[in-house]
Design a protein around this ligand. Structure first.
Ligand code: IMP
Length: 439
């Protein structure tokens, strides 16, 4: 199975970084295909914590090809800071490759993101304010600045002028901001270009070469299915497509190059930012889950909204991504809950019961979860390494999820450490020798 896509099956923050890191051990290449430094992956390795925003999770494995694909939007300051930090910690970054076609986040994108949110007031999306939306907007408007433009001063300057022209009105409050000075900006970005030049490549070709050799390539999604700009809870979404199909566009491969799609989901739900969240739990129980799960954003530090597992949304994610398997993370956080609620349908405000994720946002906004109650467990499961070691009720909880979503569970994470993982029989079958490493 040479091509495996890892996607978030919820609203992001499902723990994709850890799963990618585990798969990366056996992989030959790890590729990011969308999003930017709005993402944040925390990987705990040998007791050290790495918080990566742009770098593919495989970077911690020396010698793996690590690709930032054309579908990613890159803030070159963050990229060069991450490179410096990794080098300081003796991580070899020489196998990183960056697509020449990836778009760059410019200072005006960040200012516009910030200003846009302020303007929306109570209706704000709750973006990470990293300039992601305005950068993708410029890409679609064909006013984007791409990585390759950093290698040509004349072109770079021309493109910056062209990109800023239509934004003059929106940027007038920042007219004196030194970050927007043409000369300063051009020089700053040329310096970044100089620093990353050695990594710039035709990454689509590099990835295809690996796939042709039947080598294992992991495509690492950022954010999650319900934040997808087309299929998520629009407008409370990100500006890219975090679903599996997007791996083809954002990495420059064909649909037939993908063999497996794993959906990563927490054993409960979280969401950052605004927007509908039918299974949200507030009050003391919400606080307890947030504290136990350390649910505070890697990128912004914001407390995450928490809720019960939403199987209606998860089944929707399975459909959109054609999931071949699930990986369940943070199962340990649920230890100690006497009963666990799982949402199996929604109740719309006209009283109608909905089995499927509604296409109309107004309906979704007014829908609340309807639940089945499943028995919980009190044991600490963070030391379990085999399915049989889990309490029976925990195994039943997992079986219920798998049957409802109609996807096998390949992997269960029971703590933040990379060894705190259980490979199921299905996971071992799918992942071959990787399972041996994990079992
Ligand atoms: P943006 O991607 O910064 O434009 O933010 C749009 C929405 O996506 C906001 O609700 C963010 O909180 C959310 N979002 C973006 N990236 C992530 C992520 O990596 N995890 C969780 N939520 C995210």
């Amino acid at each position: 199975m040479p091509g495996i896509v890892i996607v978030g099956a919820q609203w992001g923050d499902e723990g994709k970084g850890k799963i990618t890191d585990l798969l990366a051990e056996q992989a030959d290449a790890v590729v990011r295909f969308q999003g930017g430094n709005n993402a944040g992956h925390t990987i705990v390795r040998d007791g050290e914590t790495y918080k990566l925003h742009l770098m593919p999770s495989g970077i911690l494995h020396p010698g793996k090809l690590c690709v930032i694909g054309n579908g990613v939007v890159i803030d070159p300051k963050i990229l060069t800071d991450e490179l410096d930090d990794l080098r300081r910690r003796n991580v070899d970054t020489s196998s990183l490759r960056i697509s020449a076609n990836a778009h760059l986040i410019m200072p005006y994108h960040m200012l516009l993101d910030h200003a846009g949110e302020i303007k929306l007031g109570r209706l704000q999306i709750g973006t990470t304010r990293r300039g992601i939306g305005p950068c993708y907007a410029d890409k679609a408007a064909r006013l984007g600045i791409r990585v390759q433009d950093l290698l040509d001063e004349k072109i770079l300057k021309k493109k910056i002028v062209a990109a800023m022209e239509p934004k003059r009105l929106s940027l007038r409050d920042f007219a004196r901001d030194p970050r927007l000075d043409l000369q300063t900006m051009t020089e700053e970005y040329l310096t970044y270009g100089h620093r990353i030049k050695q990594y710039i490549a035709d990454t689509s070709r590099l990835v295809l070469e690996r796939l042709d050799e039947q080598e294992l390539v992991v495509f690492e999604g950022a954010q999650g299915t319900l934040l997808d700009i087309d299929h998520g809870t629009y407008p409370f979404v990100t500006s890219s497509n975090p679903i599996a199909g997007s791996a083809t566009i954002g990495a420059g491969i064909g649909p037939r190059d993908i063999d497996e799609v794993w959906g990563i989901t927490k054993a409960y739900s979280t969401r950052v930012g605004s927007g509908p969240f039918p299974t949200e739990v507030e009050g003391a129980l919400g606080d307890e889950l947030r504290e136990r799960g350390a649910e505070f954003g890697t990128t912004t530090g914001r407390p995450r909204r928490v809720g019960w597992l939403d199987l209606v949304a998860l089944r929707y994610a399975a459909r959109l991504n054609s999931l071949t398997a699930l990986a369940i993370t943070k199962l340990d956080v649920l230890s100690g809950q006497p009963t666990l609620s799982v949402c199996t349908r929604y109740r719309a405000n006209d009283g109608l019961e909905l089995e499927h994720f509604p296409y109309h946002q107004t309906v979704l906004h007014h829908s609340v979860g309807e639940y089945e109650e499943l028995p919980g467990w009190s044991e600490d499961i963070s030391e379990c390494r085999h399915e049989e070691e889990l309490p029976e009720t925990a195994r039943d909880y997992l079986k219920y999820i798998s049957a409802f979503v109609r996807a096998p569970i390949a992997l269960i994470s029971v703590g933040p450490g990379r060894d705190q993982v259980i490979w199921t029989e299905a996971g071992k079958r799918m992942y071959g020798s990787g399972a041996v490493a994990g079992s």
